[in-house]
Write a protein that binds this ligand. Structure first.
Ligand code: DGL
Length: 263
C-alpha cells in the first residue's frame, strides 16, 4: 500500500514518523509544499488551492490514502476535499480532548497553532465540545514554521522570538500545552525553558498514525512489503542529497523528541 503525507513543509514528517512505527513495511510519498510555506498566514482560498494540488498529486502517484498532516490545511481544506474526492483523506486535530480529560483540573491548557488554525471555526468548535470548565486558551506562533523550514530549532533567535510571543502570557497557569501545528514538536525543548519541566506536551502525530492504520486495516489495503520514501517539494521529486539528508535528520529528531520529551 502507498501512503501519501501532505504538509506545507516538514511538519508532516511528525505524522510520517508515527506511521512508519506502526506500518513499517509500506511505501510513503511525502509532499512538502515548500514553495508556499508557511500556510498559517495565507488566505483560506489559497490554502484550499494548494492542498487540493498536493492531495491530487499524491493520489496520482498511486496513494491509497492521503493524510493532510497539517492542522492549518485540515482546518480549511479537509472537508472540501473529502467532498470532492472518493479516496480516504485523513486530517489532523489538536489533542484538546486528552488535554482536558487528564491532568490537574486547577491548571489551564494552552493550544499553540498558526494564525489560520487559531482563527478557524474548527478549533473553536473542538474546544467548545470538550472544554466544559473553560480552561483552554489559544495562541498563534506564526514564525515557528518559518524557523523550522530553515532548520532553526533552537538558539537565540528562536528563544528571543518565543520570549516576545509569551511576554503577556502568565506561563505559570499552564500545565498542558497542546501542539496544534505539526511543526511545533521541534520546539518542545524551547517551550520547556519557558513552561518548566513539569509541563506536558500533547502532540497529535501518533494518534493520527493510529487512525491511518485503522482505516487501512478496515479497507483491507494490502501491505506492500517494501518500505521506501519519496520526497516531493511542491510536486518536484527531491533528488538532492543534502535535502534528503535534511528530511532524514528531521524524522530522527521527531523520534528522539517523542521518546525523551513527550510524557
Ligand atoms: N504544519 C502546519 C500546521 O500543522 C502549518 C505550518 C505553516 O505552514 O504555517 O498547521
Amino acid at each position: 500500500m502507498k501512503i501519501g503525507i501532505f504538509d506545507s513543509g516538514i511538519g508532516g514528517l511528525n505524522v510520517m514518523a508515527g506511521c512508519i512505527k506502526l506500518l513499517p513495511d509500506e511505501e510513503y510519498e511525502y509532499y512538502a509544499d515548500s514553495d508556499n510555506c508557511p500556510y498559517g498566514t495565507k488566505t483560506p482560498e489559497q490554502i484550499i488551492e494548494y492542498t487540493d494540488r498536493g492531495v491530487k498529486f499524491l493520489r496520482d502517484k498511486g496513494c491509497d490514502i492521503v493524510c493532510i498532516a497539517c492542522n492549518t490545511a485540515t482546518s480549511v481544506a479537509a472537508a472540501v476535499l473529502r467532498k470532492k474526492y472518493d479516496f480516504p483523506i485523513v486530517g489532523v486535530e489538536p489533542a484538546v480532548k486528552p488535554a482536558v480529560t487528564d491532568g490537574d483540573r486547577d491548571k489551564r491548557i494552552l493550544v499553540l497553532a498558526t494564525p489560520v488554525t487559531v482563527r478557524e471555526k474548527k478549533l473553536h468548535d473542538l474546544i467548545e465540545r470538550f472544554d466544559e470548565l473553560h480552561r483552554v486558551d489559544v495562541l498563534a506562533l506564526p514564525k515557528l514554521p518559518v524557523f523550522a523550514e530553515a532548520g532553526k530549532f533552537d538558539g537565540d533567535e528562536v528563544d528571543g522570538y518565543l520570549a516576545g510571543e509569551f511576554k503577556n502570557v502568565n506561563t505559570g497557569l499552564y500545565d498542558r500545552i497542546v501542539l496544534g501545528c505539526t511543526h511545533f514538536i521541534h520546539y518542545i525543548p524551547a517551550f520547556r525553558k519557558i513552561f518548566g519541566d513539569e509541563c506536558r506536551f500533547l502532540d497529535g502525530g501518533e494518534g493520527t498514525a493510529r487512525n491511518i492504520k485503522k482505516i487501512c486495516t478496515e479497507k483491507g489495503y494490502l501491505c506492500s512489503g517494501g518500505f521506501g520514501i519519496n520526497y516531493y517539494q511542491s510536486g518536484r521529486i527531491v533528488t538532492d542529497k543534502d535535502k534528503k539528508d535534511f528530511y532524514t535528520k528531521v524524522l530522527k529528531r521527531v523520534n528522539d523528541i517523542r521518546q525523551q520529551l513527550i510524557n
